[in-house]
Design a binder for this molecule. Sequence first.
Ligand code: C2E
Ligand code: MG
Ligand code: MG
Ligand code: MG
Length: 291
Amino acid sequence: VAKSSGRNTHAFFTPDLAEVARARHALETDLALAIRNEELIVHYQPKVSCLDGRIVGVEALARWHHPKEGNIPPQRFIKIAEEIGLIMEIDRFVLRRALAEIGGLIRAGSNLVLAVNVAATEIEDPLFIKDIVTTVRKADFPPSHLEIEVTESVAMRNPDVVRERISLLRQLGIRFAMDDFGAGYSNLSTMARLPFDAVKLDRTLVAGVAEDREKQTILRLALGLADELGFETVVEGIETAEDLRFAAENGATMAQGYIFSPPVSLEEFTVLLQPTLLASAVEVAPRRHGA
Ligand code: C2E
Ligand code: MG
Ligand code: MG
Ligand code: MG
């Protein structure tokens, strides 16, 4: 291999840092604009009861379709939004939109619990409680049908403040779930100390569990511990019937994953609700005959 030297060769093989910075800055500007113009959209993923297979909940997840770059994954734009201080605006937008859209289904008789995501650091913001309460009231949404999924982060500086605020909102009937337990920064003492209603066990703990003895031990213990602490449990990232069976047999309350549905538009989600209603009607009918 010829030894490369000289400016041009160097520029060719090394990523141009100025270019990377420009692209990133353009993305930040576009994201701010997209938020202001309410161009983000909300997709919905069902949560299914492990007891009877019915859709009992739904998680709202932000989506951004960039006019030139196409779909940008939340992992990317949520991270940018956190870094440039726009995450609260995204989360309030998702909350407003989801309260309006799922509120319609609830008023029509559905028993769904709607879940939205927030970062633990958001709860530290003094405006958090007022923001949530005002938004829920304005939407005329029943607070007991709302769940807030909290993702822990190393940046959580005031666990006592977070606990106090969660307790306050729980008194209004709002539910809280610890998100992504078993991944990243989540730890046992936080799980025990914060007043959650449910714990979501992260996909990394769950996916492929049926074929992995070590994962089985860990998931079984995590489910048992959550149960012992009085939490409902949701297993994330269920893609196979085998994983679903293992989780259900070991006490998971609810399951979420591509096996049921990826996050989809409101229209598609509404369609998902229908066969479940039909199936449960069919199930009830023969019992009536037998009674
Ligand atoms: P999360 O809250 O843990 O959401 C679950 C993620 O796992 C979603 O990714 C979902 O599409 C994906 N997922 C669900 N089932 C499966 C499965 O069976 N297999 C696989 N491989 N993946 C599955 P998504 O929508 O890309 O969101 C990623 C993360 O971004 C979320 O993780 C959440 O932490 C964050 N996020 C998304 N929307 C919002 C938002 O509106 N606000 C905030 N603060 N964070 C959000
Ligand atoms: Mg979540
Ligand atoms: Mg999660
Ligand atoms: Mg997760």
